[in-house]
Design a protein around this ligand. Structure first.
Ligand code: AMP
Length: 455
């Protein structure tokens, strides 16, 4: 299937060509016709599948077809997203497509001054990409009118529920007109997602492009069992010996991200943290530096990293295994995007055995285990039995080859000299950091049916 055969306008085809996309991804070829038909959509798609363009292209095209000469003041499409970073990325794509058809779009999120957003809204805008809390702030102040919304997109809906946004989403829905087209994208289908879909969508068409929770195929995965207090040393070793130039490292807590950043800097590796305790301007600057290659390591928590789209990101490291097994899939999905190969490495200490077991049960396969000569091999319990000679899941032969070439993790590539001794840390260990998440979403169910916004 080609983009032309999807019925997209010439202006959008040229935007797509400029981005270097040649063929639609499965979510694009399936979702775009459904959206053009005017149906509500319930799409199971992870980040990295091309889902943003799957809704952005048809929405922009449909809005352009009904734009009148008299410029409208109030937004006609609303995209709700869980994080500021995702808001920035989605809005960038919408701006790129929209400006070719004289449609404007803005992003709205908290943590920054509300005034410029109010002024921008006052000038009139076609598409708004927003995190729910700040959007409600505007709606309550009357600085945004949502009664002309024709398209509602819930992007990464599962994550929005994880972050406890259910009440905000339902309140936003109360500001919307009943007649509208609804598109819900979620990497997973939980009971709560089904309830949310029942509440907000009208006879949606269902599309699922990847099997639930299955890790991106283009990612070559490995675990490195290691003693807890040698993790930092092993990470520095891997980065240096493998000459990794761009690595996204996940820690479980904000405190852990700051501490690891300090330690990497102490080891002479340029690193910076990104998490919800950092101001938006610092987060934006850090991400820009990382994308430009000015930072070698970005140390992130799950919340901050959700939705990050870094072109050709070659390496993801789980410094700590996530508490929620699904987050493992989200994390490693930062690499291996849009057909590129990626390598995802997990440093697993004995205390994390139970988490590894849960992750492998979810994946339904054992992640291949690797070791480095300088670090003693530690036995860890596995969730699924590894088959003898098992290769990393999903990687084709050629992919494996190139991924392996990127990976320095092979003992033969390790230097004869032991990695640098553990450096003294300036932060005291033993303090427990705060997990960078909000409390789990409240159960929805009965309350949903009370607030039903029928169409
Ligand atoms: P998304 O799932 O929307 O976050 O997109 C993941 C990545 O895929 C982004 O870097 C997009 O630029 C890229 N992408 C989206 N559609 C295509 C396509 N048809 N061909 C190649 N890359 C794409």
């Amino acid at each position: 299937m080609s983009f032309e055969s999807l019925g997209l306008r010439a202006e959008l085809l040229s935007a797509i060509a400029t981005q270097g996309y040649t063929t639609p991804t499965p979510i694009q070829s399936q979702a775009i016709p459904v959206i053009f038909e005017g149906c509500d959509l319930l799409a199971g798609a992870q980040t990295g599948t091309g889902k943003t363009a799957a809704f952005a292209l048809p929405i922009v095209q449909m809005l352009s077809e009904t734009t009148t000469y008299k410029k409208r003041k109030h937004p006609r499409a609303l995209v709700l997203v869980p994080t500021r970073e995702l808001a920035a990325q989605v809005s960038e794509q919408l701006q790129n497509y929209g400006r070719r058809l004289s449609l404007s779009s803005i992003k709205i999120y908290g943590g920054v001054n509300i005034r410029p957003q109010m002024e921008r809204l006052d000038r009139g805008v076609d598409i708004v990409v927003a995190t729910p809390g700040r959007l409600l702030d505007h709606a309550d102040r009357g600085t945004i009118k949502l009664n002309e919304i024709e398209f509602l997109v819930l992007d990464e809906a599962d994550r929005m529920l994880d972050l406890g946004f259910i009440d905000d989403i339902l309140r936003v829905a109360e500001f919307l007109p009943e007649e509208r087209q609804n598109l819900l994208f979620s990497a997973t289908y939980s009971k709560s997602i089904k309830q949310l879909a029942d509440e907000l969508l009208d006879q949606p068409r269902r599309i699922e492009v990847t099997r639930r929770n299955i890790a991106a195929d283009a990612v070559t995965q490995a675990i490195y069992p290691v003693d807890r207090n040698r993790k930092r040393e092993m990470l520095s070793h891997l980065i240096r010996k493998g000459d990794w130039s761009q690595v996204l490292v996940f820690t479980r807590t904000r405190y852990g991200a700051d501490k690891l950043t300090d330690e990497l800097l102490f080891d002479g590796i340029k690193a910076a943290p990104i998490h919800s305790n950092k101001s938006q301007s610092i987060r934006t600057r850090t991400l820009a530096e990382f994308k430009k290659g000015e930072l070698r390591v970005l140390v992130a928590t799950d919340v901050a990293a959700r939705g990050l789209d870094i072109a050709n990101l070659p390496y993801v490291v789980n410094y700590d295994l996530p508490q929620v097994p699904e987050d493992y899939v989200h994390r490693i999905g930062r690499t291996g995007r849009a057909g590129e190969d990626g390598v995802a490495i997990s440093l697993v200490c004995p205390a994390e055995q139970a988490r590894l077991v849960e992750i492998e049960k979810l994946l339904e396969y054992a992640v291949p285990q690797e070791s480095i000569a300088e670090f003693p091999v530690i036995a860890v319990k596995r969730g699924v039995k590894a088959k003898p000679g098992q290769k990393a899941k999903g990687a084709s032969k050629s992919k494996q080859k190139s991924a392996k070439a990127k990976s320095p993790a092979k003992p033969k590539k390790a230097a004869a000299k032991p990695a640098k001794e553990k450096s003294p840390t300036r932060t005291k260990t033993g303090r427990r950091g705060k997990v960078d998440t909000k409390p789990p979403a409240p159960k929805i169910g009965r309350r949903l049916s009370r607030t039903k916004t029928s169409k």
